[in-house]
Ligand binder design. Sequence first.
Ligand code: ZN
Length: 322
Amino acid sequence: MCYDDADGTAGRQEAGRDSPSRRAFSRLLLAGTGLAALSACTPAQSFTPSGTPGPTPGSGSATPTAAAAATSPPTSAAPAPGADSTPSVTQAPSTASAIPPSARAHPPSAAALPPSATAPGPQHSLSDPTSPWVIVNKHRPLSPATFVPPDLVRPAVRLATSGEAALLNSTTAAAAEKMFAAAAADGVIITLASGYRSFTTQRATYGSYVNSRGQAEADTASARPGYSEHQTGWAFDIGDGSGADAFTPQFKDRPAAIWAKANAHRFGFVVRYPWMLHEITGYFYEPWHLRFVGKEAAADMRARGIGTLEQYFGLEAAPAYL
Ligand SMILES: [Zn+2]
């Protein structure tokens, strides 16, 4: 996940380790770690179907909650990731994590919500890793932890990786092929930089961090095995073929990232870890990490200005491991 080696990109990121922006971002990471530790005390609240009081932890299918629209949209007015800034406490998980049923009756612009907000169509599980709506974050490991997608395929796209990392589940692969082709038609090169990552690979990556830096720091840089969205086959990282700014916050200004941010929803993808919403997602801004959720949900989130899947589905924020 993070710009880090949850994305398994240690080598490339080492190159920029001493740059000013890198240091600034590292400070951001450290500051975020502190906030995350505080926020981890937030009482747990699991997904509640819209308009239906009473949580049903990790079970059944989901209806996106209109109340999530109460949260400000991400990034557009936010400072650049490399800026000398600190995470805003206004992005605290309480914004999204504890949405009482009463609040759901008063979304700020309910009348303007698209039809999909009230009739979201087919529903999917938030817990089944074969579901396009499965939510994996620092509070929600995959179940089973060693899950392997049954339909991994190599998409016919421009690859910047090989082996298992060039694989996606079949639905995501098909959508990626369409998206990459559409970008190419617009003159924008997008490459698949990292797709599927097995439990075994994640365990090795995370373990190397723990061995070299200790668990606390490892947790800021790498997903624990069983907690990486890459293991689902529904997520992947993009590059632009040049390698420039790969897996760094500056990637947001590359044509591939700009195009993806503006168009990914048309193909069913969301930028999973938006700028300044790390207190909800548990990960700092990753303009390269896309997640398939289906066209309807992706478009609905965009139309309603909802930045994270946690908010969209009314799940608690997951800033840190429990
Ligand atoms: Zn990623």
